[in-house]
Design a protein around this ligand. Structure first.
Ligand code: NAD
Length: 376
């Protein structure tokens, strides 16, 4: 049988702790249970529009949230809403149609309304939510025109509520790391930014290909990621824009006049130039910064998971990995924390407005074939 003294010595050896470095108090501390702090109060979200993004990404993301929970669903399809409510523990009293939407004002379990509808519906459902006294997280693009964005911002101000736009990549660790590397000039001054975002769009009947509902083509939907990335990687606002677009003649998907591919160039005040591609014709998924001493890039850059970072220096490619995080959970937690702490979201309505103004300039440059200048 071992004596207690032998046992303690063996324990210290086994754990690799040297006797000199370990006081008796330290050993006692190891024995203390480490208790978590009190649970965070989670704010309630109403999800408006139960389409692909809500079903496949947003609702499952609540399981990863520390500050957010789903407490209401708004849908035109009562049966679908009921099925999802059962799956996610939303009470019957938290189910709404578009007609009963304004009654959200009487639901104290809803703090934040997340608008996940076709683009043209964002302004109406944002303003109605603010009128009902709720904070709003609205999907990108914020709206179809800058004027609508201004109306949404004014509604938030009048209600004294937060308005955030769902730019999930601004909460995602790899994109945040790219921003730090560019801003801290880890490889010298950034000179050129290349951002490419696209996919081959399918069903010609979907709302994304309806100009009135979508506000435009690939730029409004996917190219906005390239534009937003060029802005957040440079940390500046574009002062000059060129653009060229092409849509395959006779392709039934683009019959309503939405563009297939649009390439645009941005010049920033510091002299950084960005080349961007937006497409509904081909898959594109890369953001790259060329700085004085190296280039660094994400490819894939905008997928929901499995992003990859490479630093390219001369003939060598270094891979950098970061822990994977659920982008929608990070985004919703950020919104909830801003409401709790009364702080401004990282991507407020004004951020959505800046993209809309730039997108209008991109369309104008493509239409006129002339450089459009922006800013003072
Ligand atoms: P979706 O077509 O899958 O879903 C749209 C939902 O809106 C459906 O439930 C549909 O029934 C409902 N709806 C209500 N009125 C409608 C109408 N008049 N016409 C068509 N649908 C109507 O679309 P989605 O992919 O979920 O996109 C919704 C929003 O989310 C869009 O603004 C889109 O840009 C944005 N989005 C963002 C991301 C992201 O990564 N942040 C990804 C996909 C979509």
């Amino acid at each position: 049988m071992r004596t207690p003294t032998t046992s303690r010595r063996q324990f210290l050896q086994a754990t690799g702790l040297s006797v000199a470095a370990t006081s008796l108090a330290g050993v006692r501390a190891l024995a203390q249970p480490r208790l978590p702090g009190p649970p965070e109060k989670k704010l309630g979200f109403a999800i408006v529009g139960l389409g692909s993004l809500s079903i496949n990404q947003i609702l499952p993301a609540f399981a990863h949230c520390r500050h957010a929970r789903v407490t209401a669903l708004v849908s035109g399809d009562a049966a679908k809403a009921k099925t999802l409510a059962t799956a996610y523990g939303v009470p019957e009293s938290g189910l709404y149609s578009y007609d009963t939407y304004d009654r959200l004002k009487d639901n104290p379990d809803v703090d934040i309304v997340y608008v996940v509808l076709p683009n043209s519906m964002h302004p109406e459902y944002t303003v109605r939510a603010h009128t009902a006294g709720k904070h709003v997280l609205c999907e990108k693009p914020m709206a179809n025109t800058p004027q609508e964005c201004e109306t949404m911002i004014a509604a938030a101000k009048a209600a004294g509520k937060k308005l955030m736009i769902g730019y999930r990549l601004r909460y995602e660790p790899y994109n945040m790391a790219m921003i730090r590397m560019a801003r801290e000039q880890e490889f010298g001054k950034p000179k050129v930014i290349l951002c490419e975002a696209g996919f081959s769009i399918g069903d010609p009947k979907q709302w994304r290909l309806n100009k009135q509902l979508a506000g435009g083509g690939s730029l409004m939907d996917i190219g906005i990621y390239a534009l937003n990335a060029a802005r957040y990687l440079s940390g500046e606002e574009p002062v000059a824009i060129n653009a060229l677009s092409y849509t395959t003649p006779g392709d039934v998907r683009f019959a309503d006049g939405v563009e297939e591919t649009i390439n645009f160039q941005l010049r920033f005040p510091s002299g950084i130039l960005a080349n961007c591609v937006s497409s509904y014709g081909v898959g594109l998924n890369r953001f790259r910064v060329h700085a004085e001493k190296a280039a660094f890039q994400l490819e894939p850059a905008l997928s929901y998971s499995d992003l990859r970072m490479q630093v390219i220096r001369g003939g060598t490619v270094e891979l950098r990995s970061l822990p994977e995080r659920n982008q929608f959970a990070l985004e919703m937690d950020h919104m909830a924390e801003c409401v709790k702490g009364n702080t401004e979201p990282r991507t407020p309505g004004e951020e959505g407005l800046k993209d809309l103004r730039a997108m209008m300039a991109i369309y104008e440059a493509a239409k006129t074939g002339k450089t459009v200048t922006l800013g003072a």
